[in-house]
Structures are given as structure tokens and as C-alpha cells.
Ligand binder design. Structure first.
Ligand code: UDP
Length: 338
């Protein structure tokens, strides 16, 4: 199989590239390196089955050629990370909507299957737990830029499903819930790489709000196995699937765990949202997937526990610790908790 991976130099895309190559497929990556890093794919360049193009996915003539030469598209290119979204809403909306539009339009031209990466942000601030694929999306007002990400991905999903329904294009949507692992960067807000880096350099660990908000973190290798599994069954076409873990942890406990595992001297600070983000920032208290649908179809379940994933990430940062400088320092009146 010849796979085209948009956003293939990113955190999840590079792990997907690696897994597909290991399974004997050929991989073409297209990535503009806006948040992806060449070093993520550099080790793959020795493999003759691997090729890459540093290019934006909105370049239709390039995409036309790349799509015509592949059998399947894994569309992962997107503006991601809460900080990036809040800081650059125009970039977020345009990249996510126009990029997916281009991918779907070119895929239709050559009738290629498209695997579309989506997000648990689609459930918004709905308080239902756990989230099922058909649950309502509950977004905040357009004056709060966080919701531009969820909205842009909702448009992507609508468009992909419309291409499927109206034109019979084979598309599969997978919604990812807090994927973590080596190579994820903390620069745009992702909590685990931030905490690990802060702990390793003995900087304060910045827990937002009261730290009682919780998430379920899923190892990227489990996630990649789910995506590849879904790509190989025709029954998944025209459907949406949650992919994530059910192992829940609150953010304060996560900070304590990272601190203990790294043997760090860091203080754990509680930072009010207003100081971490612009005023009026909205966060989700809880976010957990119902993964019954993907389990029923392909038997997928996460197999790697959070403890092991944290160990892997810490080991990665100890050896490869090149995360960018964390842009936000704890606010002076942040509350110290330990
Ligand atoms: N978070 C935190 N400190 C940080 C970065 C994030 O306490 O330095 C919190 C954030 O407010 C959220 C959780 O960690 O409640 C997960 O944040 P992330 O951006 O990783 O994912 P998402 O908000 O998309 O679930």
C-alpha cells in the first residue's frame, strides 16, 4: 500500500509513518513543518520506501500529484494545541478548513480513501461522560477563540461525511482524545510534555486552575494501531470513531506523578486560567471516550497503561530533551501547592 500522510512530520504523523513502514507499506509525507519537525522523520529518510515533501496541503497542484500517486490518505495536518489556537485563530480556521477541503477535493478526483483525524474537542464542554460518537457537540460563543478549533474540525467532519454521502468517497473519521508519547512538544500547550520538561529542569510545574480537571491520556502507539486497524476495514467508511483511553487522571495528580517519576525538585503551582490564557478561557472539567464502537468493529482497545507511557516520555526527554522553551512562565501570584 502507498500511504500519503498529511502532517506526517508531526507527533502522531511520524509515529504513523514509522508503523506503516514497519508493516511494509510505502509512505509519502507532506508537511509544511509549521508545527511538525523534520527531526521527527529524519531517521525514516534512510528507508527507500519513505519520501517526503515540505509543502502546505493547500497547494492544490502538489496535492493533486501526491494524491494521484497514493492508495490511501491519512489526513493529520492541522493547527493543533490550545495555545496555538488561542494565539492564532485565523491560521487555525484557515488551515483546518481549507486544508481538509483540498484533501477531499483531490481525493475525490482520484477516488482515494481518506482517513480524517478529528478530535475530542468536538464534544466541546458537554458534561456527559463518557462521550459516544453520536453525542451532541456543546460549544461556547464565537467570542472565545478556543471554540474555533472545535468548529473548524466540525466543518471538516461535515464535509468529509458529505463527500461520502453525496459522492461515495470512502472516508473514515477518527476522533482522538489526548494522545501522548515521545516526540510530542509542549510548546502549544500539551500538558504532559510541558510537565515532563518542567520537572526535568526543576522549573515549577504549572497546573491550571484547581487541577481537578481530568483527562484520559492514550499512548500514541495504541492510537496508531487503532487508526491503521480502521483503515483496513471497509465497514468503517462513512463512520466516526472515538480513539482514546479510559484511564482517567486529574491534572494535579498527573503533576505529582511526573514529579515523583522524575525525582524533580520542582514546585507544583496552581495557575489561574486568566493568567495562563486570555480572559474568559474555557476548559473542560472531564473528558472520557466511549470506545465501544471501535472495539466492536476491529476489537481495538488501548493496551499501554499511563504509568508506562509516562516512563517512555520521561526517558525520551532525558535523552532527546530538546523541547522548545516553555513560553509561559508561572504567574507571580500563582498558588504554590507543595
Ligand atoms: N494544563 C495545565 N498546565 C499546562 C498545560 C495544560 O494544567 O501547562 C491543563 C489544561 O488546562 C487542561 C489539561 O491540562 O485541563 C489538558 O491540557 P492539554 O492542552 O494537554 O489538552 P486538552 O485541553 O486539549 O485536553
Amino acid at each position: 500500500m502507498r500511504a500519503l500522510i498529511t502532517g506526517g512530520a508531526g507527533f502522531i504523523g511520524s509515529h504513523l509513518s514509522e508503523a506503516l513502514l514497519a508493516a511494509g507499506h510505502s509512505v509519502m509525507v507532506v508537511d509544511d513543518l509549521s508545527t511538525g519537525l523534520f527531526e521527527n522523520i529524519q531517521p525514516l529518510t534512510a528507508n527507500p520506501q519513505f519520501k517526503f515533501a515540505i509543502e502546505t496541503i493547500t497547494n492544490e497542484s502538489v496535492m493533486d500529484r501526491l494524491v494521484s500517486e497514493c492508495d490511501i490518505i491519512f489526513h493529520l495536518a492541522a493547527a493543533v494545541g490550545v495555545e496555538l489556537i488561542v494565539q492564532s485563530p485565523v491560521h487555525t480556521i484557515e488551515t483546518n478548513i481549507m486544508g481538509t477541503e483540498t484533501v477531499l477535493r483531490t481525493a475525490r478526483r482520484y477516488r482515494k480513501k481518506v482517513m480524517i483525524a478529528s478530535t475530542s474537542e468536538l464534544y466541546g464542554k458537554s458534561e456527559k461522560t463518557p462521550y459516544k460518537e453520536d453525542d451532541d457537540s456543546v460549544f461556547g460563543p464565537t467570542s472565545r477563540s478556543r471554540w474555533s478549533y472545535a468548529t473548524s474540525k466540525a466543518v471538516d467532519e461535515f464535509l468529509a461525511l458529505a463527500y461520502h454521502q453525496e459522492m461515495g468517497l470512502p472516508v473514515v473519521i477518527f476522533r482522538l482524545f489526548n494522545t501522548i508519547g515521545p516526540r510530542q512538544r509542549g510548546r502549544y500547550g500539551m500538558v504532559v510534555p510541558r510537565f515532563v520538561r518542567q520537572a526535568l529542569v526543576n522549573e515549577p510545574i504549572t497546573v491550571y486552575d484547581d487541577g481537578q480537571q481530568s483527562r484520559c491520556f492514550c499512548n500514541v502507539r495504541d492510537v496508531v494501531r487503532g487508526i491503521v486497524g480502521l483503515s483496513s476495514v471497509p465497514e468503517a467508511e462513512g463512520q466516526v470513531y472515538n480513539i482514546g483511553s479510559r484511564e482517567e487522571i486529574n491534572i494535579l495528580d498527573l503533576a505529582r506523578k511526573v514529579k515523583a517519576k522524575t525525582g524533580s525538585q520542582s514546585q507544583i503551582l496552581l495557575v489561574p486560567y486568566e493568567q495562563a490564557h486570555a480572559a474568559g478561557f474555557e476548559d473542560m472539567r472531564r473528558r472520557m471516550p466511549d470506545t465501544g464502537k471501535v472495539k466492536a468493529l476491529i476489537g481495538w482497545e488501548p493496551t499501554i497503561r499511563l504509568e508506562q507511557t509516562l516512563d517512555e516520555i520521561i526517558a525520551y526527554y532525558r535523552t532527546d530533551g530538546k523541547d522548545e522553551t516553555i513560553s509561559r512562565r508561572p504567574a507571580p501570584d500563582a498558588v504554590k501547592t507543595d
